[in-house]
Design a protein around this ligand. Structure first.
Ligand code: GCW
Length: 696
């Protein structure tokens, strides 16, 4: 496929500016590669070659001979100081960033320009083939956004070690919480024969620095349980090989009850010797096929999935058993903390789903093996449009932690509404947990620095499928792009990432760049304003999670309540009168959230039950806030369509029409949200709107 929709941010659009194109052609016309290139570095050079053909109309000459005329030199330099080698001027200075010192990280690179005229030289040095790969994509970003290479002096390396994407793809071809068509990996109960699209996905992921993928849903069904057996491993190995070429390590989600279901063992008890041996044999078999296999992603004792609880064991017992099997091969166990009681009675006020992960896991701190990482969702509930940060971050000082985001917009408009999530993720990463006093931000936990952890990182649920544009909504591509870029370096700004993506995706017309960036930056606040107010969450249609249904989950067993009655709404999670959830935070966060006066407005109803007349810091009552934000939000959604419409003729017709259609649907659906929410709360409270607008 060759459409603009398909190419996403790897458009490699021809560069019309002749002078610029001539300079790039001179600088990149010859590529000198050193003799012992790695396979990943080769893939990078091929990408560069392909991009040069597309952007500049030239086919770079690739050689291993040293040259005196202008060229790009690409080489790997393992371990030792690049500066000491005198490889490129000014390198030490350029490397003075992030975790960098004069040692070149295996995933890091330096890219330095020197000389002029026919003697120009660009030198790209990677700490390994992966460094070269990331360096090439950096270079290509510069080209696509028309930035000069002259005087360039870059040194970069990822801040987070594990940068992972989780596919929730099922072998029947469906994708759990997928909003972009069917799986690109599977169809009709088997792996797809055409892996070209998987290769292009690997390119997209690598281009933003991702280095790990799990390729099947965490809810592991019957056939998928067998992926770790000789029956499927040769095929899994083929997929692993494609990702390997782009520096991406493959993981599988496993079924904790596999020994029982497919192993002929009568139990899956993690302390049973036969079970332990079964997992060891399974691991040996996997590594015979995939020597660099990453490890297992595990959802256990969660939403009816099997786990150690069935045998009276705890999650450390379960995770450690798997870790022991993977350990001799260098594999990791990524164990999810999304564990809660999903069979709660709404009348039971003592059980609080928000408390669950912390209550389950903090007592186990220090008991997990070195190669176990706990994967924790960003918030204590489930990827709502607004939630506080999970209090588990920083609370387990002897346990490797991975943060889990959801790029798929399950609760944020399902890629039918535009909702650029990078600003939300940035708030999470910048959140100060105070685990070790001020300055204990979540980003220092994901990069391992706060507690000196061996393994750590960030994962996210993917938003792609086999729709031509990958993500259903073309603007949702920005979330996948943004996830990769932000976790490479959490110091990047949301605006900066939006701008990069827009230039790469739609070109450099300044009015397009400005308009699209503004739309993206407005989109999360807009979505929040016409959906669920003040951090209360949910209020969506059960199961599908799309569209408003205020009481949809109110009397159900999922633990997701707003407790609205005629007097007020919100969940009391305070220490004195509520569930005590606020006490799971370190001070001063605990006191901040616990206090009705100090709790930030946007999270008020997450932490407190208040009357509709409660005055917010904004100077409005809760009920008036609900009315105002819903009227304004629906209007702002219509404004997004207007903004996009102004770009007609500046964006290619295919993508213009695709986005216009989605924005039109969003504007309509936002009105629906507005009316359902306003009517509900008007009927409940009996309080009229100050401005006398129509509420049905
Ligand atoms: O968000 C909820 C989803 C489930 C999902 C679960 C999880 C994969 O609604 O579809 O299951 O979270 O994260 O495990």
């Amino acid at each position: 496929m060759n459409s603009t929709l398909y190419k996403a941010w790897l458009q490699y659009a021809p560069i019309e500016d002749r002078e610029l194109a001539a300079a790039y052609s001179r600088q990149l016309g010859t590529i000198v590669v050193d003799q012992q290139q790695s396979r990943v570095a080769n893939a990078a050079v091929q990408e560069l070659k392909h991009a040069c053909q597309s952007m500049l109309g030239i086919v770079p000459n690739i050689t291993s001979e040293a040259l005196n005329s202008s060229h790009l030199e690409v080489r790997i330099h393992v371990g030792a100081a690049a500066a000491a080698e005198g490889a490129a001027e000014g390198i030490t200075e350029a490397m003075d960033r992030g975790r960098a010192d004069t040692q070149l990280d295996p995933e890091g690179f330096t890219l330095v320009h020197s000389g002029q005229g026919q003697q120009e030289k660009l030198v790209l040095i990677g700490g390994s083939g992966k460094g070269i790969l990331y360096g090439v994509f950096h270079l290509l970003r510069l080209l696509a956004s028309h930035q000069p290479l002259t005087g360039l002096k870059v040194a970069d390396q990822p801040v987070n070690r594990l940068r992972m994407i989780n596919q929730w793809d099922n072998v029947d071809g469906t994708v759990e919480r997928g909003y972009s068509g069917q799986s690109i990996f599977y169809e009709n109960g088997r792996f797809t024969d055409n892996l070209e699209r998987v290769r292009d996905y690997a390119r997209l992921l690598a281009s933003v620095g991702m280095n790990a993928i799990s390729i099947n849903n965490v809810n592991v069904h019957e056939i998928e349980t067998r992926f770790i057996t000789a029956e499927y491993l040769p095929t899994v190995a083929k997929v692993a090989d494609i990702f390997r070429e782009y520096g991406i390590t493959l993981y599988l989600s496993i079924n904790f009850a596999a020994p029982l279901h497919i192993g002929g063992v009568s139990t899956s008890d993690p302390l049973n010797e036969e079970v332990r041996q079964w997992w060891k044999d399974a691991a040996d078999e996997i590594y015979d096929h995939i020597p660099d296999f990453g490890g297992f992603l595990v959802k256990a004792d969660s939403e009816h999935r099997p786990g150690p609880f069935a045998y009276g064991r705890d999650h450390a017992d379960g995770a450690n058993m798997l870790a022991e099997a993977l350990e001799p091969h260098g594999g990791l166990v990524i164990w999810r903390c999304f564990v809660y009681n999903c069979m709660q009675d709404w009348r039971d006020r003592s059980t609080d789903r928000a408390r669950a992960a912390y209550d389950h896991f903090t007592p186990l701190d220090g008991r997990f093996k070195d190669n176990v990482l706990l994967q924790i969702k960003n918030g204590p509930m489930d990827f709502q449009v607004r939630e506080p940060v999970s209090p588990l971050f920083g609370s387990m000082k002897e346990t490797n932690q991975v943060l889990e985001f959801q790029v798929a917009q399950e609760y944020t408009g399902q890629q039918r509404h535009v909702c650029y999530l990078v600003p939300q993720w940035k708030e999470v990463l910048d959140f100060d947990t105070y685990a070790d006093g001020a300055g204990s931000e979540v980003k220092k936990i994901t990069n391992g620095s706060l507690h000196g952890m061996k393994y750590s990182g960030i994962a996210a649920v993917s938003n792609i499928g086999n729709d031509e544009n990958w993500t259903g909504h073309t603007l949702a591509q920005a979330n996948l792009y943004g996830f990769g870029r932000l976790i490479w370096n959490p110091e990047l700004s949301s605006e900066g990432i939006a701008e990069e993506w827009t230039r790469l995706t739609f070109g450099n017309d300044e009015s397009v760049v400005k308009t699209v960036c503004r739309m993206l930056m407005q989109s999360w606040p807009i979505y929040e304003s016409y959906t669920s107010p003040l951090g209360v969450g949910w209020m969506i249609t059960p199961h599908t999670h799309y569209g408003p249904d205020v009481d949809g989950y109110e009397y159900s067993r999922w633990g997701t309540y707003h407790f609205a009655d005629r007097d007020g709404m919100g969940v009391d999670r305070t220490m004195a009168t509520g569930t005590g959830y606020t006490a799971q935070y370190f001070e001063p966060n605990a006191a901040l959230y616990d206090s009705l006066e100090d709790c930030p407005d946007e999270l008020l109803l997450f932490f407190h039950h208040v009357p509709y007349s409660h005055m917010l810091k904004s100077g409005k009552t809760v009920i008036q806030h609900i009315y105002d934000t819903h009227f304004e939000g629906a209007e702002a959604a219509a404004g997004l369509l207007d903004a996009w419409t102004s770009l007609e003729g500046k964006v290619d017709p295919e993508r213009f029409a695709q986005v216009a259609q989605r924005l039109a649907d969003q504007a309509e659906h936002a009105k629906h949200w507005r009316d359902v929410i306003n009517t509900y709360f008007y009927r409940k409270s009996g309080v009229p709107d100050d401005s006398g607008r129509i509420i049905y």
